[in-house]
Write a protein that binds this ligand. Structure first.
Ligand code: ADE
Length: 232
């Protein structure tokens, strides 16, 4: 199977690399499950200062990403892979959910083996971007109702939440499948490991009973209670 590819267009690759080169995301790359490429937006900047931003028409604070460097960077990636699709982290996008992560990972439909799935993630910075950039974006994605300084953190979250769903990334066969939010609705039941008692807090008896039927029942009930409590 070909790796799921992410190309990150960013001014700050050094902000992304430490996380992507650690732990599960490192392993996923090492195992050829995902591949990550970096394109420095500065390389497509204009003039001697490689400028990528400018002031907004109509006035206002701050600087906006200009169209030319962004279009040039995306087109350079698409020249090699016209099928690549563009994700733009933006507070005005569709809110990212577990269901979307599953769709992007292709876990429900099973990604065709022959096809390289390739996402370009454009990480904006500064106060915003020229709205015309939206015309080359396939998926505007918001991480929630708050505003961040750039698209790097959302890019990491998007890649992380997709990658952990891909076969061969997590240890247990179905640990991704039973976890919180996995079906988009139900929260995971509480879990415990050794010791059986810690500072007066005991692990629920039923989990030590070895009775698989009762354990499954308890877990289902806990999952239901948690989900009920969380929902407004
Ligand atoms: N960029 C700035 N804030 C953001 C958010 N909440 N989600 C996605 N991208 C963003």
């Amino acid at each position: 199977m070909k790796p799921l590819k992410f190309t990150l267009i960013t001014l700050f690759p050094e902000a992304l690399q430490p996380y992507l080169n650690s732990s599960m995301l490192y392993k996923a790359q090492d195992r050829g499950i995902i591949a990550i490429d970096y394109v420095n937006l500065r390389d497509f900047g204009l003039g001697p200062h490689k400028s990528v931003d400018d002031t907004p028409y109509g006035g206002g604070d701050g600087m906006l990403l200009r169209c030319e460097p962004v279009f040039a960077a995306i087109e350079s990636v698409k020249a090699d892979d016209p099928s690549a699709e563009v994700i733009l982290p933006t507070p005005v996008g569709t809110v990212w959910t577990q269901e979307l992560a599953r769709q992007f990972a292709g876990v429900d439909c099973g990604r065709p083996q022959s096809q390289t799935q390739h996402y370009i993630i454009l990480c904006p910075h500064y106060e915003g971007y020229d709205e015309r950039i939206m015309s080359i974006v396939d998926y505007p994605i918001s991480l929630g109702n708050y505003v961040l300084t750039g698209g790097e953190l959302p890019a990491l979250i998007i890649i992380d939440s997709i990658t952990r769903l891909l076969p061969g990334v997590l240890g247990g066969e179905n640990s991704a499948a039973i976890e919180s939010f996995s079906d988009g609705d139900n929260l995971e039941y509480p879990q415990y490991t050794k010791p059986a008692e810690f500072r007066g807090m005991a692990v629920p008896e039923v989990l030590l009973s070895g009775h698989h039927g009762k354990i499954a029942e308890w877990r289902a009930e806990q999952s239901r209670l948690r989900t009920e409590r969380k929902q407004p």
